[in-house]
Write a protein that binds this ligand. Structure first.
Ligand code: SAM
Ligand code: SF4
Ligand code: SF4
Length: 338
């Protein structure tokens, strides 16, 4: 059972923890780590600034004691962090944790899928914004074709991992991939989640006119497929899900821009450098690494985290929809991991 005592100022429980294990990535997706900024002069975190595996485990244990049951590992590219399966194995043994997910660009999945499954990962979300090879190379900024990702998807399926595909849709970039990606995922029986391009960080040049909304995507899908709404699974579910009629295959939408869902946001986020963010769009992380490296006891740290959550009032996307406050300083996606 969730510990319902840990609620924020807007009565939202604390249920999920997303952990960014690294700020580096082998891709330079334009909407996340544009190559002009994340170039050879960019200072990535030195190892000493990243949380160690022991520190991540200690933090996860504290969150589990507060009712968190779901963990998701992300990055940067989480599979670039050395010995990730070791961390996962230990996380999966924490009492109360019953669901571990990983978000990855999939390039290294062929190599790691089996080991990840064995270590305790339940589900992987694999990012793929285009099945057109040339366009994919252009988007990821590293001239890497779709083959490695496709092989990663197959390896994850074969290893018995739950697989979803994430596609960020940006107008003028890849909206011509909406239907080809739908066809591919339907054929593979994989849930595709269309993600509205978001104004995370301050380097991706976000503009409202580049957002392709759920409504626009659904209209396009309906030109070819019959889809019907699927029931929401649980409070705080982020994706709006639909099903292709006559199949078991679903398609989802992350509608952070057009239909914000702050009212049911139950997620805390731990950045690669050990700060806790109570909202994806917050610029002010709360330093946890410093506390983990101090004399603070577990119960003091637990009380501190409870207090941070109790004071949480974030509702950035709702405010954006209300036309407020959209110029605040924000954390980069590669630090916080989506
Ligand atoms: N490297 C891994 C990957 O790409 O899956 C994990 C980290 S990535 C930051 C996590 C997710 O955030 C990916 O699905 C990515 O597509 C999404 N993302 C990054 N920047 C975004 C943006 N500006 N708007 C919407 N989604 C974004
Ligand atoms: Fe890397 Fe993922 Fe960001 Fe692309 S979205 S640059 S793969 S962290
Ligand atoms: Fe949660 Fe912040 Fe996103 Fe709203 S904007 S859903 S509070 S992360």
């Amino acid at each position: 059972m969730y510990n319902t005592k840990v609620k924020d100022a807007l009565d939202r429980p604390l249920r999920d923890l997303r952990i960014s294990v690294i700020d580096r990535c082998n891709f330079r997706c334009q909407y996340c780590m544009p190559a002009e900024i994340f170039n050879e002069n960019f200072h990535f975190l030195p190892k000493s600034e990243l949380l160690s595996y022991e520190e991540i485990e200690r933090t996860a244990r504290i969150f589990a004691s507060l009712g968190v049951e779901k963990l998701r590992l992300t990055g940067g590219e989480p599979l670039l962090r050395k010995d990730l399966p070791k961390l996962i194995k230990n996380l999966s043994q924490i009492e109360g944790i019953n669901d571990i997910g990983l978000t990855t660009n999939g390039v290294f999945l062929k190599r790691y899928a089996k080991e990840l499954k064995e270590s305790g990962v339940h589900r992987v979300n694999i990012s793929l914004d285009s099945i057109d090879d040339e366009l994919f190379k252009q988007i990821n900024g590293r001239n890497i074709g779709t083959k490695a990702v496709m092989e990663g998807i197959q390896a994850a399926k074969e290893a018995g991992l739950g697989v979803k595909v994430n596609m960020v849709v940006k107008k003028g970039l890849n909206e011509n991939q909406i239907l080809p990606m739908a066809r591919f995922c339907l054929k593979e029986g994989i849930q595709l989640r269309y993600i509205e391009f978001m104004d995370v960080g301050s380097t991706n040049g976000w503009q409202m006119e580049n957002v392709v909304t759920k409504k626009e995507i659904i209209e396009l899908l309906q030109s070819e497929f019959e889809i019907e709404p699927a029931e929401a699974d649980y409070f705080g579910e982020v994706a709006k899900r639909y099903r292709y009629k006559g199949t078991d295959t679903e398609v989802g939408f992350i509608t952070s821009v057009s239909e914000s869902f702050c009212g049911s946001c139950t997620r805390a986020r731990l950045s690669a450098n050990g700060s806790l963010y109570t909202c994806l769009f917050n610029g002010n992380g709360h330093d946890i690494k410093g506390l983990l490296r101090s004399e603070m006891t577990d119960s003091e740290l637990t009380a501190h985290i409870v207090s941070l959550w109790n004071h949480r009032k974030d509702r950035y996307s709702d405010e954006r929809a209300e036309g407020k406050n959209i110029h605040q300083e924000k954390i980069e996606m590669s630090y916080i991991g989506g």
